[in-house]
Write a protein that binds this ligand. Structure first.
Ligand SMILES: [Zn+2]
Length: 376
């Protein structure tokens, strides 16, 4: 395996050593493909690997982990690394693909290269996929595409054939937590919690470094703890507080976006500026959605602990919140906890469909309260 700086994102892909070594070799030899397709189940760390490869590509030292470009990629604020996710229930919008294709032809802003991460490539519909094919086959020099999908069978063959496929293996949560513990020095219980909330090792490492993301989780746990005694007003207030907590980490993204806008204000046409602004707005929305998904994952994980406690099953993940778990378990029954978990799932679905997050949270908290207090 080529030498990787310990701070680099690639070095952190401990749970996928074969992928890590393969990508590191490609970067050090300067022979990366212009289009990759990362394939694996959710939680296998595909998105982590995508950001890691992006970092290695835009850093002038192959992903040192400490230069400004590396830090920006790690914080997802590098203006030349673009992340796309489907914006409608049915998948990618044709407008998103057009936007992407137009952006590909623009010169990079900070780095010498540009990277496009296309999440859930399984949800590229035929119309948007067709528009993308030519660009995917012959992108301008210095452009790399990283597409993510569950399996080659669920992705249009015309896309698969234009990409270099990289298979990811399944990662057990215990292995993921061990990798996070090694990278951060945090205790294993904290790492297990971080993996449950953030979903993958690299995101768990970033979560443990972000005071704001951890505060958003704590806000969610406090709201759930107070639910059995909350009235409607308390719930509206809790939902508002949660939204503010989710938005707190976005301040940095916003200021980076403003800087990029003002850097471009002098030489971009009005139309192009408007496009850039729209793109930034979309990105911010996507970031807010992923922050929402993280607090919902905190809620799910806590309610799962409540269920395990009621069933005397052990294996609690939120050890730092065991008092809350105990209180909620005392206030409800097994069917109540199961219904509460379903309410979280329903909220995840509505937020994925672009329903106003505040409304989704209010409905979820009301439903969980009802579930908790239900005695049948
Ligand atoms: Zn660097």
């Amino acid at each position: 395996m080529p030498d990787l700086a310990p701070a680099s994102l690639l070095a952190q892909l401990d749970t996928q050593p074969r992928v890590r070594d393969f990508l590191a070799r490609a970067v050090t030899s300067g022979r990366t493909s212009h289009a990759y397709l990362f394939l694996g189940a959710p939680g296998s760390g595909k998105l982590d690997a995508a950001w890691a490869l992006a970092q290695a590509l835009v850093c002038e030292h192959g992903g040192c982990g400490s230069c400004e470009a590396c830090v920006r990629v790690a914080r997802h604020t590098h203006p030349d690394v673009h992340y796309y996710a489907p914006e409608s229930v049915t998948g990618y919008l044709i407008g998103q693909t057009r936007d992407l294709i137009e952006d590909v032809s623009l010169a990079p802003i900070r780095a010498k290269t540009k990277v496009y991460i296309i999440d859930q490539a399984d949800r590229l519909r035929a119309d948007s996929a067709n528009a993308l094919l030519k660009t995917l086959e012959e992108p301008p020099a210095g452009v790399t595409f990283i597409l993510l999908g569950t399996s080659a069978e669920t992705i249009l063959p015309t896309i698969v054939s234009r990409c270099q496929c990289v298979p990811f293996r399944m990662v057990a949560p215990a292995d993921a937590a061990r990798a996070v513990a090694q990278a951060t020095g945090a205790t294993e219980p904290r790492c297990r919690m971080a993996v449950a909330v953030a979903g993958s090792p690299v995101r768990a490492i970033a979560f443990l470094k972000s005071a704001e993301r951890q505060e958003a989780r704590r806000t969610m746990l406090r709201s759930l703890d107070a639910l059995p005694h909350a009235d409607e007003l308390d719930i509206l207030r809790a939902a508002k507080e949660l939204i503010m907590a989710v938005k707190a980490p976005l301040a940095e993204v916003k200021s980076t976006q403003e800087a990029v806008l003002s850097q471009n204000a002098d030489y971009l046409s009005r139309g192009a500026l408007k496009q850039l602004e729209d793109r930034q707005k979309r990105e911010l929305n996507a970031r807010e959605r992923s922050g929402m998904m993280e607090v919902l994952a905190s809620a799910r994980s806590l309610m799962r602990d409540v269920l395990l406690t009621l069933e005397d099953a052990g294996g609690i993940v939120n050890e730092d919140a065991h008092e809350t778990v105990g209180r909620l378990a005392a206030a409800t029954t097994v069917p109540g906890a199961v219904r509460a978990i379903r309410a979280v799932t329903a909220a995840e679905r509505t937020i994925a469909r672009n329903i106003t997050p505040q409304l989704a949270l209010e409905v979820m908290l009301l439903d969980i309260r009802k579930a908790l207090l239900c005695r049948s």
